[in-house]
Design a protein around this ligand. Structure first.
Ligand code: NDP
Length: 330
């Protein structure tokens, strides 16, 4: 087929059974947008796992090219902000959910969704970070804005061996925080220490129903798990501390009480990466470019091929992926 390129497409049959497969598309198959990007790299996030497997209703338009994160080069533009040759990053905005996404060698998108590639990053670096890493930085920024400085005490990171968790640990430890990492994979303890975790605790300590208030163990937390884990993180946050909640790997519910809020002045900081305003995205990527230790990023990143995306989607939901995955699309 002339000018065709490979893509992953998720489809649904008449009985709403979902399937994902590799197909060839052309520019005519892409959706509306004012910038065409040659996709050089992408990644597999937890949400991509949900979209490809259909385990949660992430996909809102059928059939769809999934993939919420891309990095590449502008190859045509009707948007005055972007010129041919510009390096760009796209995270979220419903791409890979309601608009054809990153798992294709070309993406036609709105220029307003793009952020410029920081000079010190390649497309591969940006996708090693991906939405997971950008969200980890949004959490760090939220804690900082709340005044949770390293001197205030330890910061807990849950889902520590995952994408958000590993980058959060790297960022926090290099900023001088004492990091307590909660993981269900004790065999990754050495790896988490190398990323900068000072203490490791077992996931099971936090995932059982707990008391409304517990011993004050940390000044802040970054929670990727939700449910009882988030409730316990709140219950053990020190007076005036804050918990940045970004994930639901353990459940969507929050079986908590008001006790941490009204007796200890603890704050729950909600973190959304998908619709985050442009200014906050630019700040997050600026801080990633300046603060994220590249050796640590390399140590938490695994390269996979385009053909492995679908199996990686299953693995990430099974909690089998360590750190971050990068896919070379060139
Ligand atoms: P990963 O799968 O890479 O990491 C999640 C980690 O959570 C796992 O590695 C595991 O860590 C832990 N975990 C997995 N299953 C369970 C479980 N059943 N109970 C408790 N812990 C579990 O995913 P990401 O890091 O990409 O994303 C983490 C979460 O953050 C997801 O829920 C995702 O949807 C959400 N997210 C939200 C964003 C937002 O905008 N709010 C943006 C990005 C992500 P370990 O083995 O160390 O225990």
């Amino acid at each position: 087929m002339a000018d065709s390129f490979k893509a992953i497409l998720v489809s649904r049959d008449a009985d709403k059974n979902q399937s994902a497969g590799i197909v060839e598309l052309t520019d005519a198959d892409l959706m509306d947008g004012d910038v065409m990007v040659a996709v050089e790299a992408t990644t597999v996030n937890y949400k991509d796992g949900l979209a490809i497997t259909g385990k949660a209703p992430v996909v809102r338009r059928w059939p769809l090219v999934p993939g919420i994160d891309l990095a590449g080069t502008v190859i045509s533009s009707d948007n005055p902000s972007w010129q041919i040759g510009d390096g760009v990053i796209l995270n979220g905005w419903g791409v890979g959910e309601a608009h054809h996404g990153a798992y294709a060698q070309r993406a036609r998108v709105k220029g307003d969704w793009l952020v410029p590639m920081p000079a010190s990053l390649t497309s591969r670096d940006a996708m090693a970070v991906g939405t997971a890493g950008y969200t980890a930085m949004l959490c760090v920024l939220a804690l900082e804005r709340h005044g949770i400085e390293p001197e205030r005490g330890p910061v807990l990171v849950t889902g520590a061996a995952g994408g958000v968790g590993t980058i959060a640990i790297s960022l926090l430890s290099d900023l001088g925080y004492h990091v307590i990492a909660s993981t269900g994979r004790p065999d990754e303890a050495e790896f988490l220490h190398q990323l900068g975790a000072t203490e490791i605790i077992e996931r099971s300590e936090l995932e059982q129903p707990g008391k409304p208030l517990g011993k004050e163990r940390w000044a802040g937390a970054i929670d990727t798990v939700g449910s009882h884990t988030l409730a316990n993180a709140l219950a053990m946050t020190a007076y005036g501390g804050a918990v940045a909640a970004c994930g639901l790997a353990g459940g969507m519910d929050l079986p908590s009480s008001v006790a941490p809020f009204i007796l200890r002045g603890v704050s729950l900081l909600g973190i959304d990466s998908v619709m985050a305003p442009r200014e906050i995205r630019l700040e997050a990527w600026r801080r990633i470019a300046s603060d994220l230790n590249r050796d640590k990023l390399a140590s938490l990143t695994t390269d996979i091929g385009f053909d492995q995306i679908i199996s990686a989607a299953r693995d990430i939901l099974d909690g089998k992926v360590r750190g971050r995955l990068v896919v070379n699309m060139a």
